[in-house]
Design a protein around this ligand. Structure first.
Ligand code: FAD
Length: 487
């Protein structure tokens, strides 16, 4: 049975919050507990104070956390969620939905204290329509349990496999607008979700869909996909599912420049091939992770599904890889990646050694991709202490791709270096027309860039927030919708 995993141990026996918040009155705890399992146990509240935000890992080894919630409520039903939301709304208490707590942006950390709403007990597969391939699931179900029962009992897969698959939940995928590693075939989560049940701030339960497609005004369901717990609590999710793939095929290639690899990827996707995995690594990551020599850039390809479609996909891939002077490498490169792709143990070890490590994933058009790569790497290397800046392309679309950067710095003052590094790379990406994020989201970490990234449309988002959550009880401090707590 999967459970949330702590990213790193707290150091010391007394953990100090950086932001002290008012304790919850005993009467309020009793009121919460009357309709939902609730605890104010200090171990539980501390555990629910953080997620996998790399900066919070530095705070943890310094014996600190951001702030500590006053209670943890663990609903088992939608009715228990409405009870907690109703109590919090009456008393204007902040409420932060959370599940795997694997967010890397502080999105799941209760920045203003209040109630941590732990959704991991709502973890049942509700129903499966095998004929249509539509699955209804509660939001707190973790990736491994979800896919296991779907594959074994129903011969279906949703095909959403983020690197954090083992430590994240369906509701977290939806609320973060996430992407799986096989998304070029199966889609990003917003392409997979066809229906949602949501508890709003006035404790009303609403249902969107499920529909294969609809024209009945704007698609309101999409508002909640990526809302990071700021607009409501997701209590049920309907997802598209596919028959299990009949075949799987893999191939490795290399290029003498990243630009040549990007051109090949672009041509493959623009000519209609959508292999599940299409990942291109720069020379630094190719040497570090794939044993490449001669500064070559590695392209990993995997596709699965119906044999005729997979064969046709590989014919398109071969044609454009060769057109851009790619060289065939061993498919064992892909096998090794498959084996090790979810191993993240290095992060805690590097943090313990004083390295500031983080990743930035942004979307760029194909026409700007090379410029974004160059500019972001240059900006990162100009920051004091930065030792490494590398990139790979992880997800592809007809019109662009996700550029996934990794940075590492050695610093005496991790927090200042972290802020300087992010200021440099995020502004540089935005300068070149990239999106703020592709799948990690915003949380606390990127809230300060929202105004610039969204421009005038930030006004639309704030208007929606004011209407749906006028008291601002849902996940304060996220998406730049209210007080900006950090930095
Ligand atoms: C090592 C590592 C690798 C990662 N790789 C990927 C990747 O490949 N692709 C990817 O997309 N992400 C990745 N992530 C980021 C993270 O795992 C995802 O954002 C994931 O979807 C979060 O799911 P969770 O259950 O852990 O949610 P949490 O971290 O608990 O919450 C995330 C956000 O969702 C909100 N939320 C959670 N449940 C609900 C609910 N029921 N209703 C309303 N709001 C809710 C929270 O308030 C918060 O804002 C990675 C993280 C780590 C640590």
């Amino acid at each position: 049975m999967s459970t949330p995993r702590d990213p790193i141990e707290f150091a010391g026996s007394t953990i100090e919050p950086r932001r002290r918040v008012a304790e919850l009155a005993p009467g309020l705890l009793t009121e919460l507990a009357a309709g939902c399992p609730t605890t104010a146990d200090p171990v539980q509240t501390l555990t629910h104070s953080r997620d996998w935000w790399p900066l919070a890992m530095h705070w943890a080894i310094d014996g600190r956390t951001w702030s500590i919630p006053g209670a943890v409520c663990t609903p088992r039903t939608t009715q228990e969620v409405t009870h907690v939301v109703g109590v919090c709304a009456r008393h204007r208490v902040p409420i932060t939905p959370m599940a795997g707590r694997s967010s890397v942006t502080g999105a799941a950390a209760p920045a203003a204290g209040g109630v941590a709403l732990d959704m991991t007990s709502m973890n049942r597969l509700v129903e499966v329509d095998e004929t249509s391939g539509v699955v209804c699931v509660e939001p707190g179900m973790f990736g491994p349990e979800f896919e296991e029962v779907l594959q074994r009992k129903h011969g279906l897969t949703v095909g959403h496999f983020p690197q954090s698959f083992d430590i994240s939940t369906v509701g977290g995928w939806v609320a973060s607008r996430g992407a799986g590693q096989f998304s070029t075939r199966y889609g990003k989560i917003e392409d997979i979700v066809v229906g949602l049940e949501v508890v709003l701030a006035d404790a009303r339960t609403v249902q969107f869909g499920p529909h294969a497609a609809a024209s009945q005004g704007p698609e309101l369901m999409q508002l909640f996909i990526g809302s990071e717990g700021t607009l409501g609590v997701i209590t049920k999710v309907w997802l598209r599912a596919h028959p299990l793939p009949e075949t799987r095929r893999m191939a490795g290639y290399s290029f003498d420049s990243l630009g040549a690899g990007i051109a090949a990827m672009r041509d493959v996707v623009r000519h209609g091939a959508t292999p599940a995995v299409l990942r291109l690594y720069d020379d630094i990551e190719s040497a570090r992770s794939h044993g490449a020599t001669d500064s070559r850039c590695t392209l990993l390809v995997l596709d699965e599904g119906t044999p005729e479609i997979v064969d046709a996909t590989f014919a398109v891939i071969e044609r454009f890889v060769m057109h851009h002077d790619g060289r065939t490498e061993s498919p064992s490169l892909v096998e090794r990646w498959l084996e090790h792709r979810n191993d993240v143990s290095a992060l805690a070890a590097l943090t313990q050694k004083g390295f500031v490590v983080d990743t930035m994933e942004v979307t760029s058009s194909w026409s700007q991709a090379n410029a974004v790569v160059e500019a972001v790497k240059r900006a990162a290397r100009a920051v004091d202490g930065v030792r490494n800046a590398s990139v790979h392309l992880s997800h592809s679309y007809l019109d662009g791709a996700c550029l996934y950067f990794t940075f590492a710095a050695k610093a005496d003052d991790p927090e200042n270096t972290y802020v300087a590094m992010w200021d440099a790379v995020q502004h540089s990406a935005l300068d070149h027309g990239a999106s703020l994020s592709h799948h990690h989201g915003v949380g606390m970490s990127r809230a300060r860039f929202m105004e610039r990234a969204l421009g005038e449309t930030m006004h639309v988002l704030r208007a929606i927030k004011r209407t749906l959550d006028p008291q601002g009880i849902f996940n304060p401090g996220k998406l730049a919708l209210d007080e900006q707590f950090w930095p």
